[in-house]
Design a protein. Sequence first.
Length: 395
Amino acid sequence: MDKKSISEVEVRGKRVLIRVDFNVPLDKQGAITDDTRIRAALPTIEYLIQEGARIILASHLGRPKGQVNLSYSLAPVAKHLSELLAQNVVLAKDCVGDPVIEAAHTLQDGQVLLLENVRFHAEEEKNDPTFARDLASLAELYVNDAFGTAHRAHASTEGVTHYLPAVAGFLMQKEVEFMGNALERPERPFVAIIGGAKVSDKIGVIENLLEKVDILIIGGGMANTFLKAQGFKMGKSLLEEEKVELAKQLIEKAKEKGVTLELPIDVVVARAFEANAPHRTVSVSEIQDDEMALDIGSASAERFAERLATAKTVIWNGPMGVFEMDAFAKGTERVAQAVAICKGTTIVGGGDSVAAVEKMGVADQMTHISTGGGASLEFLEGKVLPGVAALQDKA
């Protein structure tokens, strides 16, 4: 994973194509509701401005299904980015074609051009070589700073690297180094917390982490499947019956590897999946037939927090319960607090975990928050990410 970064190549006066992840949420009026992904790319963009590069930004937004759909236009991003950079960011009307080539070739040092949504072309997701070559023809150097899309072999993430020298941006470099070091050279004890709804979504992650961690904490809906595998009656709780046997195998694998596997010892249950449903905390052996587990209980949360107190490396992916509902957010909140005060390296691995630490107000206390949902998961599984693998290795 030792990839060359933009700080190691000459950029002055060069046209530089940067793949960024500006797939930001918009409200019904088309206004950006969360600019985290845009801000995450600023260090790379600002560095290239200062170094006198000519900057061409490429991104997707939403799922326009290979057709021009102006509700997925990057126009709001160009406007917002202009404000953040305190300079005009021109939005091209397309991402390929003669007018775009002309706009790219007339850029001056330090100027920024944003291409229109690359997914307005079906060839993007097909990684079409001609489309990739057309994108590459705009520039002399390619920089991938979009970790969130690095698990996809698309034209703008992998295809262009066949036509241009390709290096990592600062965000990509940070993601790969933090997560790579945690998985390959962790300070110990190494604790992983895996939550979320389904075991099936994270089988590969759990199997890979069992080869690396000292303690594995499992919460959220997926814990129900593990508890069922231990013989507990789970009532109406969300669980995957077809994965119970697999959960048993993973419990055995943890024993064989000497990994401490922590599962909930108590849960918050309710009779309905509703924010205001009456609820109570019970031992995992006391769940009634008409009840469902919607959060870990306070005893489990404290036990998990104790494990985190001495950790030197922590990776967290997935909430401990239905944290969107305040009544069932306390387990996630307690774990978030414990990770926040942990003195070791703490990494939050994308998706709902990021939303959770932001909701709890502790995001700034984490060592690193990954910008990639699916990419983070695949990285934690030990999979090769095409968008990373395609970048030049350090000499």
